[in-house]
Design a protein around this ligand. Structure first.
Ligand code: PMP
Length: 290
């Protein structure tokens, strides 16, 4: 993707030039990853010549929940954040699909104590053009990573914090180095959890099955949309329960779902490429049915 730099961003209540949307290097948000965030898609509608933000209110609700979990005071209320998102989109005059990111972070603790509690918070909102991934059509080759997903006892995946993505990076880099497109994590109990930046689900015996929040996952808004669509429009059974690794190997179809990924078919699921020792090579179906 060749992405041109947007002109404007929003920082702490103000629209400013993109290059001036800066936070201090020693803020807790930048230094320790002490932030929570949401990534949201806005879709350009050619017919109506408008951008439509997808489930903004639900993303703001999850942002509040993440803030609550890390004891972060709310500096801006939802109506201010909503207006700020709209102004970022309007000022940049995007005429294409866009990925909006809202970050709420901690500033400085007393005496610059990086771990000290502080009510000093910051917020920034940026947006970048974000076309659909080619893997939406081509599908992705997945591997189970050797890294385990973080857990609610230590780094709760339910909290959407930048710091959690260190675990995601380790996994993604490992499998990409080994020739795959995406990682799938097992959780601390050894059952399926999620991908580095999306939820995972499978189709098996006519049901759509995805791991629950207690499997070490971020509870996905896209997954919730799939749940609603399948129940209301397709009358396919949607269930959330723990999934064994081998169940996923034997599934009829596997797919990723998330705001950035949208819905991506997993076309193969393996442990290691070109390996005789690891014979887990399962080609899954294509997810056209979804
Ligand atoms: N898990 C992780 C780790 C993610 O980063 C995301 C993307 N936000 C998801 C799941 C899917 O969540 P959503 O559908 O709300 O984007």
């Amino acid at each position: 993707m060749n992405c041109t730099k947007p002109e404007f961003a929003w920082l702490n209540g103000q629209i400013l030039p993109w290059d001036e949307c800066l936070i201090h290097a020693r803020s807790q948000a930048a230094f320790w990853g002490a932030n929570v965030f949401e990534g949201i898609r806005a879709y350009w509608n050619e017919k109506h010549q408008q951008l439509y933000i997808y489930r903004l209110a639900d993303h703001l609700k999850r942002l509040r929940e993440s803030m609550k979990c890390i004891d972060m005071p709310a500096t801006f209320d939802d109506s201010v954040i909503t207006k700020a998102c709209l102004s970022v989109l309007k000022k940049n005059a995007f005429r294409e699909d866009v990925h909006l990111v809202i970050v709420a972070g901690f500033g400085f603790g007393e005496n610059y104590d990086s771990l000290g509690y502080t009510t000093d918070t910051l917020m920034h909102i940026t947006a970048l053009p974000m076309p659909r991934s080619p893997r939406y059509d081509s599908g992705a080759q997945a591997a189970i990573t050797t890294w385990r997903r973080i857990s609610d006892e230590s780094m709760p995946p339910r909290i959407k914090t930048g710091a959690n993505y260190h675990n995601s990076r380790l996994a993604q880099h490992e499998v990409v180095r080994n020739g795959f497109d995406t990682a799938i994590f097992l959780n601390q109990r050894g059952t399926i959890s999620e991908a580095p930046g999306s939820c995972v689900a499978m189709v098996s015996r006519g049901q759509i099955i995805s791991p629950p929040g207690s499997s070490g996952v971020l509870e996905g808004i896209t997954l919730d949309s799939i749940k609603k669509i399948t129940q209301r429009k397709l009358s396919i059974e949607f269930i959330q329960r723990e999934i064994d690794r081998t169940e996923m190997y034997l599934a009829d179809e596997v797919f990723l779902c998330g705001t950035l990924a949208e819905i991506q078919p997993i076309i193969s699921l393996r442990s290691k490429k070109n390996s005789q020792r690891y014979s887990w090579t399962y080609y899954t179906g294509y997810t056209e049915a979804i």
